[in-house]
Design a binder for this molecule. Structure first.
Ligand code: UDP
Length: 238
């Protein structure tokens, strides 16, 4: 096992909003660079890393369709937004000398590689960080589902979902100071209690394949590496 952790291959899922910093929209390069450092420090342990990044900082299909756009077109725009985020992350990681590949679920060969499972596995074996972009390539899905799908396909041991808070709470901890954090919670409780970890199709796909989801705070410096070493606070959904 890589030094200091029992994990060999993991998937890190972050929302697009994690990249916008204190701005209300878009990409904030210093924030992207900070997250890239978190990834680099885990990569340095020898852990093989997959990433899926959302697109909500740029465009969400549901918002577009609520304002009159055709839903599938709006969803494709959301998927394209995730490609921009993936390229920003690639650039930040490569500035730190971490080798990466952006792999898209929608072909755009001049920009990034198309998704070919065996090829992606090979990249991981060569310690390249694989950034999976364009979601699942299908409208009506989310990047949480894409993360669960790719984590299963790549045989990741867990999904690490980096958020603003250090786990899953019984109610929104930002609004309710008395909210309680779960150390662990079952997939079925997440679904039944509608705990906002990931959308229901992502949770069901993780449950049906026994893929643990570890929810932790990305705002904590060194947090990702700490969680991989079993330190710090987090919630394990399993
Ligand atoms: N999307 C999609 N299919 C997918 C993944 C994403 O249609 O497989 C679209 C959808 O419109 C979504 C947008 O891309 O709103 C951005 O992804 P998401 O909302 O998951 O981003 P996040 O909330 O994680 O930033």
């Amino acid at each position: 096992d890589p030094a200091g952790t029992t994990y060999r291959r993991v998937l890190l899922k972050i929302s697009g909003e994690a990249l916008m910093g204190d701005q209300g929209f878009g990409l904030h390069p210093p924030t992207v660079q900070r997250i890239a450092q978190e990834v680099q420090s885990v990569h340095a342990l020898g852990v093989e890393i997959c990433m899926v990044i959302g697109g909500g900082n740029i465009f969400r299909g549901l918002q577009g369709s609520a304002q009159g756009m055709e839903r599938t077109t709006a969803d494709y725009m959301g998927m394209l937004a995730t490609v921009m985020n993936a390229l920003a992350m690639q650039s930040a990681l490569e500035a730190l000398r971490v080798h990466t590949r952006v792999i898209t679920a929608i072909r755009m060969d001049e920009v990034a590689e198309p998704y070919i499972r065996r090829r992606a596995v090979r990249h991981l074996e060569k310690k390249r960080v694989c950034i999976f972009a364009a979601g699942t390539g299908n409208p009506y899905f989310t990047t949480d589902t894409a993360a669960t799908l790719r984590a299963n396909e790549m045989s990741c041991e867990a999904i690490f979902k980096g958020t603003k808070v250090d786990g899953v709470y019984d109610k929104d901890p930002i609004k309710h100071p008395d909210a309680k954090r779960y150390d662990q919670v079952s997939y079925d409780d997440v679904l039944a209690k509608r705990l906002g970890v990931m959308d229901a199709s992502a949770i069901a796909l993780a449950r049906d394949n026994n893929l643990p989801i570890i929810v932790f705070s990305l705002d904590e410096p060194g947090g990702f590496r700490g969680i991989l070493a079993g330190e710090g606070t987090y919630t394990k959904v399993h």
